[in-house]
Design a protein around this ligand. Structure first.
Ligand code: GLC
Length: 429
């Protein structure tokens, strides 16, 4: 094993390879999270064991009745592909401590209990079949392991537990071939990278898979930030992880949760906000006890995928890092935009199609060369008047069946743009 670098040198070393390692991730913009484990059987949130103070032995009985139906991971991957997601992240072992793979270091696993199957293997095979990048969620906190809490105050327990955590992750990164993302979660009870020995462990793991992308939840900044249940842009790479209902990551009764479920336009709005801010959207599904995807997720996700097959150019591969120009008012207005990396193309996502098809784009001092509906390629007439592009002959109704269309505005060069140009007091100029 090579020498372990100090924190500053390690961070410089991974920063030097980041652009190359993360090129696909920055193009992807959209991934699917899957929270699946014993907790699906309770249907009361993946934190139920802790929230309801289950004795460990009582909770562990769920391992015997855990019964994923054959082909469940394939169903997830098929849906992810249909949704237009480019990668998936599976909870290989959530806080409950149950490994969904054939682990030698954790006998509490899905090969020894329940289905007697390696669910991670099935997941990996399904991702490869549908050409999706592979992400492994891996909890640091563990409610099943006897040292899971003791590690905070007993040094021997800490050593044992850290060896255990390392061994679990080594298994994940050696048993399944090429893995793209390691998605750590919850660093309780130690709460520091020193406590978790993250510097040493992450270097070991990167030696096994040098192209690996690691998130920021082992208390080191690593490759990307992970805003949870909110979409907040950052100057570094980031990925917003969102539940499907604002209630739970793990399965909860679908008849009730469907009232909270996101619709296709709401998902597109989230995807837009992430894309515009230079981030990714990792949208979760919480499969039912047998692994079936809740109905409330299937329809909207499929519609999002169909939308992306028509309009993906406005999201995939967009690397906007700054809010250079756009069309967005309070609540983002009726429409708002992303732009291509070279700044020459502006994609206006219309949340509400303008009544009667009448609309202008303010702030552009440069005339476009072409304006069209992205999904159909149909041109829209325009007139450039000072700092205003007046669109002419737009369809009366939204031309996209989802209710969200994209107007593509192309320029010969990066346009001169000044938002609020008529009202300088608003823009501070
Ligand atoms: C949290 C929760 C968890 C969920 C995760 C997803 O930290 O503990 O249940 O898996 O976030 O981001």
């Amino acid at each position: 094993m090579s020498t372990v670098l100090g924190k500053a040198s390690y961070e410089a070393a991974i920063a030097a390879t980041r652009d190359e390692r993360m090129a696909w991730w920055r193009d992807a913009r959209f991934g699917m999270f899957v929270h699946y484990g014993l907790y699906a059987q309770l249907g009361r949130n993946e934190w139920a064991q802790s929230l309801e103070n289950f004795p460990v032995e009582e909770y562990a009985k769920l391992a015997e009745t855990f019964a994923p139906k054959p082909g469940a991971p394939r169903e997830w991957a098929k849906l992810a592909k249909a949704a237009g997601a480019k990668y998936m992240v599976l909870t290989t072992r959530h806080h409950e401590g149950f490994s969904l793979w054939d682990s030698k270091v954790n006998p509490f696993n899905s090969v020894n209990y329940g289905p007697h199957r390696d669910i991670v293997r099935e997941f990996v095979d399904a991702c490869r079949e549908f050409d999706l990048k592979i992400g492994f969620y891996s909890s640091l906190m563990d409610w099943h392991h006897p040292d899971g809490w003791k590690c905070a105050y007993d040094n021997e327990a800490r050593r044992r537990f850290l060896d255990y955590i390392e061994a679990l992750n080594v298994e994940l990164l050696t048993q399944y071939g090429h893995v793209d993302i390691l998605w750590y979660d919850v660093s309780a009870p130690m709460e520091s990278w020193e406590g978790w020995d993250s510097l040493v462990r992450n270097q070991h793991l990167r030696e096994i898979q040098p192209h690996l992308i690691i998130n920021d939840r082992s208390k080191l900044a690593e490759d990307f930030g992970t805003p949870e249940e909110h979409i907040t842009a950052a100057s570094r790479d980031w990925e917003a992880c969102m539940t499907f209902n604002g209630i739970s990551w793990g399965y909860v009764d679908e008849e009730q949760s469907k009232e909270y479920a996101y619709t296709a336009p709401r998902i597109l709005k989230m995807l837009y906000t992430c894309t515009r801010g230079g981030g990714n959207l990792l949208l979760n599904i919480g499969p039912k006890p047998d692994g079936t995807v809740p109905k409330d997720a299937v329809g909207p996700l499929t519609a999002v995928g169909e939308w992306l097959s028509r309009n993906g150019e406005a999201a995939y591969g967009i690397h906007a890092k700054e809010d250079k120009y756009g069309w967005h008012g309070g609540g983002n207005g009726i429409a708002s935009g992303t732009r291509s990396a070279d700044g020459k193309t502006f994609y206006l996502w219309t949340w509400i199609w303008p009544h009667g098809g009448e609309m202008s784009l303010g702030g552009f001092r440069t005339a476009p060369k072409r304006v069209s509906i992205l999904s159909t390629g149909k041109e829209i007439g325009f007139e450039h008047d000072g700092e205003r592009i007046k669109l002419r002959g737009m369809p009366e109704r939204c031309p996209d069946p989802s209710g969200v269309a994209v107007i593509k505005v192309e320029f010969d060069k990066e346009p001169e743009y000044r938002c609020f140009s008529r009202y300088p007091q608003l823009s501070g100029i």
